[in-house]
Design a protein around this ligand. Structure first.
Ligand code: GCV
Length: 552
């Protein structure tokens, strides 16, 4: 729907844009869809929006999608990947802007404002300038002209999303400028149109030498952005991943969230299951989000307390694609639903939102409702048991991030090390070590630095410990690893028998597609069990206390 038509329609009786009364002003979905039709970290088929270098979609399907997103509270959508390619950079140029505007028009009908991911080097890439230096007057003019063009076509565009100085993408730092310099040049161009810059804080050294024990990747976002508090234009929102690493199964909250007093911030989640089972393994993200929101950010406040105050926007990376059921794993639909609902009302619990989804999807027959909800609520813990240990993370196969590889990232450039040897594992991130804990509020610094008070599930995120270290259960770290892996496989087997028992109550296609994924999850859990247990057995030479099978 064109913007002028929309404004008239909004005043008419037919307008049915749902009004969500939320403390979170912007509830944003980011798609990592590429213009060639592929989806970065996508596990649900090809892109809903793009094909072969062009904007190309099924209009009815996009209308269904936009209607659904708006019904769960989403009010901003970005369709193109933050890793902008030469071709998708042209979404703000003359040749693609008409098509982008038409797509934005469909979302507009449902009260959703569009965001476009742009390349920071666009003045050079698209404009033919010799530089993209934010202080260069031609660059400043170029962004202003680009904003004029875009807003002529999409007058209600929410703004531009930017990933700069990150994972081989150029940004202001490459020219000796700050992140604020970079964000502000674009923000100034968008300001008169009412647009914002969503500037991602995923800035870190991605060419680290594993021998370097001083550089500690989790420190990067805070180190880059905290000193700039107060220097961002007021229409810049810093988009901060929930954890300081990268959407791992278990991480502490980012110390940057809530730390800045004078800068707008957005909390970023991942609905797509990059490190959390890739929509093959069952993983209810809502459970993790509830934990994140419950976690303290100071002695008196939790992350939830920041919502609607210092943090006024929530973003998540979408998990949808052209698959008939939208999300690959049918039960992964619940993760998108839960994001919309929790973004609209961060006080909702995982049990509440997942319960809603199960009822809306399968009805309220307790014989179905109870067991499905129970499986979903347990799914995060079970997945963590076989993939991640006391906050370690990263033991995945490189690049695609599925399946076990205990040293996959150990000698790589990405800054992702557990540094396991035959005696100990983990990184000391206290002030005696890398100093990361000092980025937290003093109360949290003390809590995490003390082995006695550090939450056990994060012990190896913050500390380096011998395998013989005794946990609160009385088990050693090593025995905990072994037990978790053996028990996780049993839990997945239980999921399978629970699901099998539901067959008479479910449509056959839903039953069989989920049953098939659960079998794949079982084989994945067994692979993790055997690879990780063998890895630690070979390192330590210590057998399982219960004499179960560990391969040599
Ligand atoms: C879009 C991780 C993912 C990348 C992703 C990046 C980001 O590194 O593996 O695929 O790139 O995060 O958030 O920008």
């Amino acid at each position: 729907m064109a913007y002028s038509e929309y404004k008239m329609w909004l005043q008419s009786e037919n307008a049915a844009v749902p009004k969500v009364d939320s403390i979170i002003e912007e509830r944003i979905l980011n798609h990592w869809d590429n213009i060639d039709g592929s989806v970065e970290r996508g596990y649900s088929g090809k892109s809903l929006f793009f094909k072969d270098g062009n904007i190309c979609y099924d209009k009815n399907r996009i209308r269904d999608y936009a209607r659904y997103l708006s019904s769960i509270g989403i009010n901003r959508v970005c369709c193109n990947n933050v890793n902008v390619t030469e071709r998708s950079a042209r979404m703000i140029a003359d040749d693609l802007i008409d098509d982008v505007a038409a797509l934005a028009g469909i979302f507009r009908e449902f009260g959703i404002r569009f965001i476009i991911a742009v390349d920071f080097t666009s003045p050079r890439l698209l404009g033919g300038l010799t530089t993209y230096d934010p202080y260069d007057e031609h660059v400043i003019k170029w962004w202003k002209a680009a904003a004029e063009t875009v807003y002529k076509h999409i007058p209600d565009l929410a703004g531009f999303l930017v990933k700069a100085d990150s994972e081989f993408r150029d940004g202001p730092a490459a020219l000796g400028r700050t992140q604020a310099d970079g964000a502000n040049v674009i923000a100034n161009a968008l300001k008169k149109h009412g647009g914002k810059v969503y500037w991602r804080c995923f800035v870190y050294n991605c060419v680290q030498d594993w021998r370097d024990t001083k550089t500690d990747r989790p420190k990067a976002a805070y180190d880059h952005f905290y000193p700039l508090d107060g220097s961002f234009a007021d229409n810049v929102i810093l988009q901060i991943k929930h954890g300081p690493s990268d959407f791992q199964v278990r991480e502490p909250n980012s110390p940057l969230l809530g730390a800045m007093e004078h800068t707008s911030q957005a909390l970023e989640f991942q609905v797509t299951q990059e490190y959390t089972g890739q929509q093959v393994d069952l993983y209810a993200t809502a459970v993790q989000w509830q934990e994140i929101l419950d976690a303290p950010v100071s002695d008196s406040q939790s992350m939830r307390d920041l919502m609607g105050n210092k943090v006024k926007a929530i973003v998540a990376v979408a998990n949808t694609g052209l698959d008939a059921n939208w999300t690959g794993h049918t039960l992964a639909q619940a993760n998108l639903y839960a994001f919309g609902r929790m973004a609209s009302d961060p006080a909702l619990t995982a049990r509440e939102v997942l319960g809603e989804w199960v009822k809306l999807t399968f009805g309220s027959n307790p014989a179905v409702y109870e067991p499905v909800l129970d499986m979903m609520l347990r799914s995060r813990e079970v997945y963590e048991m076989y993939t991640s240990h006391l906050g370690l993370g990263w033991m995945v196969n490189i690049n695609h991030h599925y399946g076990p590889s205990p040293e996959g990232y150990e000698f790589m450039k990405w800054g992702t090390y557990h540094r396991a040897n035959h005696e100990a594992i983990g990184v000391d991130r206290t002030e005696a070590g890398t100093g990361y804990t000092a980025q937290y509020h003093p109360h949290l610094n003390a809590l995490y630095s003390n082995i006695e008070t550090c939450p056990e599930e994060l012990l190896l995120y913050f500390h380096r410990l011998p395998y013989s270290f005794k946990l609160k259960s009385g088990k050693t770290v090593l025995q905990h690893f072994y037990d978790s892996h053996f028990e996780a496989v049993e839990h997945v087997e239980e999921f399978i028998s629970t699901w099998d028992s539901l067959r008479p109550h479910l449509p056959e296609c839903v039953f069989s597609s989920v049953a098939d994924r659960l079998l794949r999850q079982l084989s994945n859990a067994k692979e993790w069990r055997d690879v990780v247990n063998t890895y630690f057995y070979r390192l330590t030479g210590i057998s399982d206390g219960q004499g179960r099978k560990i391969y040599d």
